[in-house]
Design a protein around this ligand. Structure first.
Ligand code: PMP
Length: 404
């Protein structure tokens, strides 16, 4: 059992008032709040060891390098990656997907296929469209059903030896659906396709084991797992990271540079050109340690309680429709109220101190599927409470009354 009040005390922002009301932060799908240990670690880095890494002989540079590399190992352990050089620091999920999609341009040709799903965030669509434009490959989309679940029989039919890579999210940020990635990875591998998993929305809720999953790439963002913005992780299997060309050229990623020819540094540095987000990399390790101390089994169990409670309470509201009704869901509730634009609800409840996301959630194809302009999305984290859900439901009722 989690002591939620004790956990909440770790997050200074949660005791704030917004628009004169106690903050109810239900926009965790967009970014998570940060515990004091993470805030302190940022300050400690700049107060005590700030220096550039991997190149200085002086003490501070070595301390910063050690802390950065220790964080890489923390993340390796967290994901259960086989080698720590399979962990590439990026600026976030978007960067990680672009890195892989860009690299695949050298591995695929016209007539090949790249597969994504109907449930993707724009970051897991647009980089693959770039790739297809560049190479003449075709973008193929796994369709979904009315519950917001991928249709696996269609996936089976679409998959062929033309498929070179399948890129799907682990959990949909717009609907909360947990995708059957184990099945997708197994089937794709049977036909020789690589698989990239977009874990941006999954990593706040669960601990992925990349060796058990056997995925080829797994990407996520630090800011969704209680860490800073501007840092993220690309896990790649050694064989794939060796096959892919570097993404950006510059300092740190080279072995030797002459005007005639440059050779590249070994993994992971081959993909880490330039001075990285040193503080972000180090503090991401602190954030992951913080979440592991709470325990992802505890987090998942408690968030499921919030999801069930929130779903039940919202269903009291007449004319309310939830989008994403799979039994296999994370703590995200996307909904609309008949006759009311989601933006109007969001604006009114903001005045009551409640933060939710309204709009298309960077997943316009999902909105097109349901033929709606957007939804109101309440996404819960382990530091939210049922009392906050009660405040939220009453606020939504009030907004509905004002707007109808
Ligand atoms: N994919 C999914 C499923 C997401 O939820 C997000 C963030 N909303 C992203 C990709 C993009 O992440 P970032 O903006 O941190 O790069």
């Amino acid at each position: 059992m989690l002591d939620i009040q004790k956990i909440r005390a770790d997050f200074p922002i949660l005791s704030q008032k917004v628009n004169g009301k106690p903050l109810v932060y239900f926009d965790n799908g967009a970014t998570s709040q940060k515990p004091q240990v993470v805030i302190d670690a940022i300050s400690t880095y700049y107060t005590e060891i700030n220096a550039n890494i991997h190149r200085g002989v002086h003490t501070l540079s070595q301390l910063a390098t050690d802390a950065y590399e220790a964080s890489r190992t923390t993340i390796q352990d967290h994901l259960n990656a086989k080698h720590n050089f399979e962990i590439i620091f990026t600026s976030g999920t978007t960067f990680g997907i672009n890195l892989v999609a860009n690299g695949f341009a050298s591995l695929i040709k016209s007539g090949d296929e790249v597969m994504v799903s109907a449930l993707e965030h724009h970051s897991n669509i647009v980089p693959w469209q770039f790739l297809c434009e560049k190479t003449g490959a075709k973008l193929v989309v796994i369709p979904m059903n009315e519950k917001g679940e991928l249709i696996l029989s269609e996936f089976d039919n679409l998959l062929s030896d033309k498929t070179k890579i399948v890129a799907v999210n682990h959990i949909s940020n717009a609907l909360g659906t947990v995708n059957p990635i184990e099945y997708i990875i197994k089937k794709a591998h049977e036909l020789g396709a690589a698989v990239l998993i977009d874990g941006a929305q999954a990593t706040p809720h669960l601990r992925p084991d990349v060796q058990v999953l056997d995925c080829d790439f797994y990407v996520f963002s630090g800011h969704k797992v209680c860490g800073p913005t501007g840092v993220g992780i690309l896990y790649g299997k050694e064989e794939w990271l060796r096959k892919l060309p570097p993404y950006q050229g510059g300092g740190e990623m080279i072995a030797e540079v002459t005007f005639e020819k440059t050779t590249y540094a070994d993994l992971p540095h081959k993909f880490e050109a330039g001075t990285p987000n040193i503080e972000g990399g180090i503090v991401l390790g602190t954030a992951i340690d913080y979440m592991n101390a709470i325990g992802f089994d505890n987090i998942a169990a408690y968030e499921q309680e919030l999801l069930l409670y929130g779903t039940k309470r919202l269903q009291e509201i007449e004319g309310l429709k939830i989008f994403g009704t799979s039994e296999n869901k994370a703590s995200v509730i996307s909904f609309n109220i008949e006759g009311i634009h989601p933006y109007d609800i969001g604006t009114i409840i903001d005045k009551l101190g409640i933060a939710v996301r309204t709009g298309h959630h960077c997943a316009q194809p999902i909105m097109q599927f349901f033929n709606i302009p957007g939804t109101i999305r309440a996404s819960f984290a382990f530091y939210n409470t049922k009392e906050e859900i009660d405040i939220f439901v009453e606020a939504v009722k009030k907004a509905q009354m004002m707007l109808s």
